[in-house]
Ligand binder design. Structure first.
Ligand code: P6P
Length: 341
């Protein structure tokens, strides 16, 4: 065999997705071709995110930059890049984005366009101007049996349990793409020297328990009582050990830490947002899918996030997601109103 100069075997995302491909009945390369659209867009978006302060891509949409051009917000740019890269994937029939009111019906109404892709092109974009991590989320659904082109909403308004794959790109200290196609969660780090996403976190498992809780405590007065009780429980070290608070205000970054380190991330209902702030289809569903694939759980305060029957593309949901010990303790408190220890 060729003697390899690299210390370890390199698995690119493309290779990994091809290996996953066989799990999709009769998908004949459609899924991997679809995923290549997402990775291309991720590379293009990250190139701009890394240069945001230099290219007038910061700031509010509609301002004009020094050349008098209409200034593009980075998430408008990210939305266009994803739309451009994915609309050339004939396996995709429907695209839906946080940025667009309605789902886009792909122009090629080809019979084998069986996938719908829902994404938030740049989640947490209010953090860009202060150089804090942001992310792209994506959720992939299969066309419901018997559905045709007349009801694009039907393709995407399916419970998260029907996702065939989901994931996110985190533009952090490095650029990582984390995804699951229902066979575990796998993390890939972009190696800029070769321009490829390389497997760096294979089969990610959430630890049984972590040491961080993550939520916007400025809203505490507006939380339902049980949420306040629960956070006090953690804060007082009554769940086995003391906790630290970590809140970045970018869901992808807060969830990524929870996925790797365990702990719990919450966006509770508040008086101003009785259904919470996060969106079901392209924020809560992707992270809930990954959390469960990695051994954690995700609920909306009453039921499993992945069981929620969507009624609208942009509907919001409260989200509580994390590792087993924290989630069992929260669920117990919801049921009995008492702490478990
Ligand atoms: P708050 C970003 O705007 C976002 O949608 C999520 O990425 C993040 O978790 C949340 O909102 C932060 O909301 O109300 O704490 O600023």
């Amino acid at each position: 065999p060729l003697t390899s100069r690299t210390e370890r075997r390199i698995t690119t995302l493309q290779q990994h997705v091809l290996q996953e491909q066989h799990r999709f009945p009769g998908a004949s390369g459609q899924f991997s071709w679809l995923m290549s659209g997402i990775t291309l867009a991720a590379k293009m978006i990250q190139a701009q995110v890394r240069r945001a302060g230099l290219t007038d891509l910061l700031g509010e949409h509609g301002e004009t930059n020094v050349q008098g051009e209409v200034q593009q917000k980075l998430d408008v740019y990210a939305n266009e890049v994803l739309g451009e890269c994915l609309s050339h994937r004939e396996s995709i029939g429907i695209l839906a984005s946080e940025e667009n009111e309605k789902p886009a019906l792909m122009h090629h109404e080809s019979p084998n366009a069986n996938y719908a892709v829902i994404f938030d092109p740049l989640d947490g974009s209010s953090n860009i101007d202060v150089n804090v991590s942001v992310g792209t989320t994506f959720s992939i659904l299969h066309r419901p049996h018997g559905e045709d082109w007349n009801n694009p909403e039907k393709w995407i308004q399916q419970p998260g349990s029907r996702q065939v794959a989901a994931g996110y790109v985190l533009y952090g200290s490095s650029t990582m793409l984390v995804y699951s196609a229902g066979n575990g969660v796998h993390g890939f780090t972009l190696d800029p020297t070769i321009g490829a996403f390389v497997l760096s976190h294979e089969s990610i498992r959430m630890p049984e328990q972590g040491k961080y809780y993550s939520l916007n405590e400025a809203n505490s007065e507006q939380f339902p009582e049980v949420y306040r009780q629960y956070i006090d429980h953690l804060r007082q070290g009554q769940l086995n050990h003391p906790y630290s608070s970590r809140y970045i205000g970018s869901m992808v970054a807060d969830f990524h830490r929870t996925l790797l380190k365990g702990g719990i991330f919450l966006y509770p209902p508040t008086e101003s947002h009785p259904d919470g702030k996060l969106r079901l289809l392209y924020e809560a569903n992707p992270v809930a899918f990954l959390a469960e694939q990695a051994g954690g759980t995700a609920i909306d305060g009453e039921r499993r996030v992945l069981d929620i029957e969507p009624e609208g593309i942009h509907q919001r949901t409260p989200l509580v997601v994390g590792s087993r010990v924290e989630m069992d303790a929260f669920t117990e408190m919801l049921k009995t109103g008492n702490s478990v220890t």
